[in-house]
Write a protein that binds this ligand. Structure first.
Ligand code: ADP
Length: 349
């Protein structure tokens, strides 16, 4: 329910168009986004499921059931949502959990949707509870309950909102409350990509951006992209800079090797932040276990960034484990850094 004063629905500036953003990275990102299922590489099972759900919804002239995508950043959740909206022939409105400060912000967005629209909420696990509660009736009954007035004279008014599809994206599914999770008809997990899929993404992006890249260079770059399309595209742009300024314009294996070394990206794709994180746990906390807030203070990095951007890939690569007592670097993690683990040191004594 929403506490409102005079105007029950306030306008907010948090909804942005799908193609909004003018900084270089956003412009590139939008240019490289696949527009349909065919050009969206990998995630075969997810794509297959979604295309069945889309065809079924279209056949019955219904809106698509609410859908949630989860997985680390840069794996293609936003892109897939845009494809879904386009396949359903409708508009996608984008906002994010942290941008919706008050229930009124969300109420305003919902009541301005058109029938059949998609509403995409990124980082949906970061919605504030009073805002999240508005979603429950909106998702189930396509209605929101407004509280008009204050004190004893307050009354509740229910207003209908257009039938819409909510698409949520989250990097941390476990943070979602049960009532919210239960209201999604489709739950799809996006996985890290295989090296050959990343290589195909690099080749596709190079074609779109008119960048010359050798096959061997694309393969090498793919191995260093943390199995993540966004990172692959970012590295491709940086390699183009090195190729254009320091070489003859073509991205070769030599350019990739030198370029990655200049960017401090190692052979497993760990960048400076990843390496600093691992090294800090090994050197200052004997490999752990150590709590997230302690690591955050030690390296001066925000806890959300550590949980969302750094840890998932390190866990996937087997360099890190999460235990009830905190984060712990594995033997493999120690070996990767060329350090001896605490166990190894004991064995040496
Ligand atoms: P997320 O929402 O999960 O953070 P995005 O959908 O914004 O990720 O994707 C980041 C970038 O990676 C986009 O610019 C897009 O071009 C590219 N990308 C993501 N997934 C794919 C894919 N399966 N095939 C090709 N490019 C992809």
């Amino acid at each position: 329910m929403i506490e409102e004063e005079n105007n029950p629905i306030k306008s907010v500036g948090s909804v942005v168009g799908a193609q909004a953003g003018t900084d270089e990275a956003t412009v590139f990102e939008n240019k490289l986004r696949p527009k349909d299922f065919d050009s969206y590489i990998g995630q075969g099972e997810v794509k297959q499921n979604l295309s069945v759900f889309v065809r079924a919804a279209r056949k019955r002239s219904e809106t698509l059931d609410h859908t949630i995508f989860y997985g680390p950043p840069g794996l293609g959740k936003t892109t897939l949502s845009m494809i879904l909206a386009s396949e359903m022939g409708t508009e996608l409105r984008i906002t994010s959990g942290p941008a919706l400060e008050k229930p009124g912000d969300l109420a305003s967005i919902l009541s301005n949707l058109k029938e059949g629209d998609f509403l995409f909420i990124d980082e949906i696990h970061r919605l504030r509870m009073p805002v999240e509660e508005i979603l429950y009736t909106a998702m189930e009954d396509f209605a929101i309950d407004l509280v008009i007035g204050k004190g004893p004279s307050a009354r509740t008014m229910r207003i209908n909102v257009p039938r819409f599809t909510l698409v949520g994206a989250t990097t941390l599914m476990s943070r979602l409350s049960n009532p919210l999770r239960d209201r999604f008809g489709h739950v799809e997990k996006l996985r890290y990509y295989e090296p050959d899929e990343i290589q195909s993404i690099i080749v596709r992006s190079a074609e779109i951006l008119d960048i010359a890249i050798d096959e061997g260079a694309a393969k090498l770059l793919a191995k260093s992209a943390r199995a993540t399309p966004r990172i692959a595209n970012r590295l491709l742009r940086r390699m183009r800079d090195f190729a254009e300024i320091l070489h003859e314009g073509v991205i070769t294996e030599k350019v990739v090797r030198e370029g990655l070394a200049s960017l401090s990206v190692d052979k497993n794709g760990l960048d400076f932040a990843d390496q600093e994180y691992l090294r800090t746990i090994c050197e200052k906390f004997s490999g752990g276990p150590v709590g997230l807030s302690t690591i955050s203070a030690a390296i001066g990095e925000d806890e959300h960034t550590i949980e969302d951007m750094i840890e998932p890939f390190l866990i996937r690569e087997g360099f890190l484990t999460r235990t009830p007592r905190g984060r712990q670097v594995t033997d493999r993690g120690f070996q990767h850094l060329g350090l001896a683990s605490a166990d190894d040191q004991l064995r040496l004594v």
